[in-house]
Write a protein that binds this ligand. Structure first.
Ligand code: AMP
Ligand code: ZN
Ligand code: FE
Ligand code: FE
Length: 290
């Protein structure tokens, strides 16, 4: 019988995690998981390596991606795409655009940090990233190492987070565009960590969700490291009301988010059923020509 637990949300060195795709899969094995989705920000560069490692380890693997959407502050909206085709030209174009948007933003952050008296260069940040997706967690790691801040969190609070001294926005897709891109790449669009929408009341959350569903959303991440028991319950009820799939993941980033372990989200493990339902839905959609 398959092990009961899985993880559908994690990051590798291909984006801002600190473990390579192979190391993430090895940790999944150690943590007793039977299935894994790798969901790096803006890139599919880690998917091939992770799929191979998962094949060798005998773990089921689902290719994924996480895309940040353009929504009014203070909200953040991230869209997960599950089962995207790594060979899709649409996906290749998309990831290139998303990485260009980062490359446009990042030097502005560095310039501002320099103005604020912080000694950091783009070359250091690129070396820290080690791949195409260069982001704020890499900068935060350097600020921490050099002693400008006492934690990654403080790096965001003081310098890098929304509204902080060296914050700059990057160009992003609208939620509708992100949903379309995931669908056109053969994937299933799922709303990540709805708590980060920072909605003021249930009616607002309902409106946002309904709009996303009208545009093709198929699932909601109900279990996540930012969701306590009450939120898991709340998002599960909403998912059921809208006929959405339920997903869950830790949002593991290695030592860039030290308190998160792969396979556990706010003390909760993620049931195998979530993976099986996603795969079942993917095979059903693929049986129907677009
Ligand atoms: P970027 O993709 O470069 O814009 O950076 C976004 C990443 O920074 C995401 O992985 C977030 O989890 C992380 N992040 C955003 N805000 C914070 C925060 N306050 N503390 C720690 N990590 C954060
Ligand atoms: Zn991340
Ligand atoms: Fe996210
Ligand atoms: Fe994430």
């Amino acid at each position: 019988m398959k092990q009961q637990f899985i993880d559908l949300h994690c990051h590798s060195t291909a984006s801002d995690g600190t473990l390579s795709p192979t190391e993430v899969v090895a940790l999944a094995t150690r943590n007793g998981l039977s299935a894994l989705a790798l969901t790096d920000h803006d890139t599919i560069a880690g998917l091939g390596e992770a799929a191979d490692a998962a094949g060798n380890a005998g773990i089921d693997f689902l290719p994924g991606i996480e895309i940040s959407c353009d929504v009014p502050r203070p909200a953040t909206m991230h869209l997960l795409g599950y089962g995207v085709d790594p060979h899709s030209p649409i996906l290749h174009d998309l990831t290139r655009r998303l990485i260009e948007a980062r490359d446009d933003r990042n030097p502005r952050i560095i310039r501002k940090l320099n103005e604020l008296g912080v000694a950091i260069t783009m070359e250091e940040v690129e070396a820290e990233a080690g791949g195409d997706v260069v982001g704020r967690p890499h900068m935060a790691a350097i600020l921490h190492r050099k002693g400008y801040v006492s934690s990654i969190k403080q790096a965001f609070d003081k310098y890098l987070g929304q509204g902080a001294a060296a914050y700059f926005d990057k160009e992003r897709l609208t939620p509708t565009q992100a949903i379309e891109m995931v669908r056109r790449s053969g994937g299933l669009p799922v709303l990540a960590h709805p708590v980060q929408l920072r909605t003021e009341n249930d009616a607002q959350l309902d409106r946002i969700l309904k709009d996303l569903v009208d545009h093709g959303l198929v699932g909601v991440e109900v279990i996540h490291s930012d969701h306590d028991a009450a939120l898991v319950q709340k998002y599960s009820t909403l998912a059921d009301r809208y006929g959405l799939l339920k997903t869950g993941g830790s949002d593991f980033h290695g030592t860039n988010k030290k308190d998160i372990n792969l396979g556990t989200a706010h003390g909760r493990r993620i049931p195998r059923d979530f993976y099986d339902a996603l795969v079942e839905r993917l095979s059903r959609e693929r049986a129907v020509p677009a």
